[in-house]
Design a protein around this ligand. Structure first.
Ligand SMILES: Cc1ncc(COP(=O)(O)O)c(C=O)c1O
Length: 372
């Protein structure tokens, strides 16, 4: 047949047939092929290779969600005597897993405000199994200076894990900062179209076998169709993210001059306390920003409710611009005191900037601010 498909097939097969038992045994013992799709799948394998290459690691391991990637990785690496140091600003699901679930198993966990570098360093010097970081953070877009912390962690035999979801592989290369294991919720920028949930772990060979084996046991692998959609998303990742970076800068500048806006949290603004670190550490400042409106809970809700072009939705990193008031969803579980401590005010709005014409986004924000 002339004319080959330009796209690879999606392998839906749950199991794989062999010419003889010796071949099957070879695959079981030496991983020379595929045997069962909870272990591995050709479509998943292809997208893992692409992502590993993009992040600069030997391997990537795919999961059905970012949380599955995170929980499987941590459970792989700990034992009953483990100690985990994490930053307080981690994603809510990660925070709950590390600081609420793991202590039930006797694991010692310590969370430190990511701006409190002295305490972070002091905790690292005490020793731990894992230093778990996330940068930029949600929803205040704080940027952690990773390299010095990773270097100190390595001196103390600590494995460094970083959730790089907010940056995407286009804006940040954690491997170059000394990070041992980089995690992405592919639900966000990697997929990029608001239509999948998936997660990936990127690492060198020494961790790959262990995490891969734990994925096989715990069953968190993503399905072949989702793997195909991630591979499709990755084809446009760079152009999407570059556009989102450009759009976000324009929006952040517009907001920072608006009389109804108290403060804009965006590491790409020279006024941001994280500007210098971000400039050094990141290749682009990203498509996420947040800002506080000079109003109360109701006034801020009115702003969000009056958005017409921008969609009210949680999640992030896709082609469409989304807005949320974090106290109504992602941070609804925090007490008033915890919110104050985390700097999440009633008047905070988070925007995940999409790839649309920036004038349409800015016009929408402008008209909604007029209603506050
Ligand atoms: C930074 C970050 N990490 C991890 C996750 C969890 O990913 P998922 O929802 O794909 O499980 C999220 C989800 O919002 C996130 O924002």
């Amino acid at each position: 047949m002339k004319g080959k498909p330009i796209l690879p097939p999606v392998y839906f097969s749950a199991t794989y047939q062999f010419d003889c038992t010796d071949d099957l045994v070879d695959v079981v013992q030496n991983r020379t092929g595929f045997i069962y799709s909870r272990w591995d799948n050709p479509t998943v394998f292809e997208v893992e290779k692409i992502l590993a290459n993009l992040e600069g690691y030997d391997n990537a391991i795919g999961f059905g969600s970012g949380m599955s990637a995170i929980t499987t990785t941590i459970l792989t690496l700990i034992n009953k005597n483990s100690r985990i140091i994490t930053v307080r600003e981690t994603y809510g699901g990660t925070f709950a897993f590390i600081n609420k679930l793991l202590p039930k198993l006797g694991i010692q966990t310590i969370d430190v405000n990511c701006d409190d570098i002295d305490t972070l360093k002091a905790e690292i010097k005490k020793g731990a199994t894992i230093l778990y970081l996330e940068t930029p953070t949600n929803p205040l877009l704080k940027v952690i200076d990773v390299k010095p912390l990773a270097d100190l962690a390595h001196k103390n035999d600590i494995i460094v894990i970083l959730d790089s979801t907010f940056a995407s592989p286009i804006n940040q290369r954690p491997m170059e900062l000394g990070v041992d294991i980089t995690i992405h919720s592919a639900t966000k920028y990697l997929g990029g179209h608001h239509d999948i949930t998936a997660g990936f772990v990127c690492c060198q060979k020494e961790y790959f076998e262990l995490i891969w084996d734990c994925r096989r046991v715990m069953g968190g692998i993503l399905d072949p169709m989702t793997a195909y959609l991630v591979a499709r998303g990755l084809k446009t990742l760079e152009i999407r993210v570059l556009r989102q970076n450009e759009n976000a800068i324009k929006i952040a500048k517009f907001l920072s001059k608006h009389k109804k806006v108290e403060i804009v949290h965006y590491p790409g603004l020279p006024s941001s306390p994280y500007y210098e670190i971000a400039k050094r550490q990141m290749k682009g400042f990203g498509g996420m920003l947040s800002f506080e409106i000079k109003s109360d809970f109701e006034g801020t809700k009115r702003f969000v409710d009056n958005l017409k072009f921008i969609k009210i939705a949680t999640s992030l990193g896709g082609v469409s611009t989304l807005a949320t008031q974090p106290v109504t969803n992602t941070h609804v579980g925090l007490s008033e005191e915890e919110r104050k401590k985390s700097g999440i005010s009633d008047s905070l709005v988070r925007i995940s900037v999409g790839v649309e014409n920036p004038d349409l986004i800015i016009d929408d924000i402008k008209q909604a601010l007029d209603k506050v």
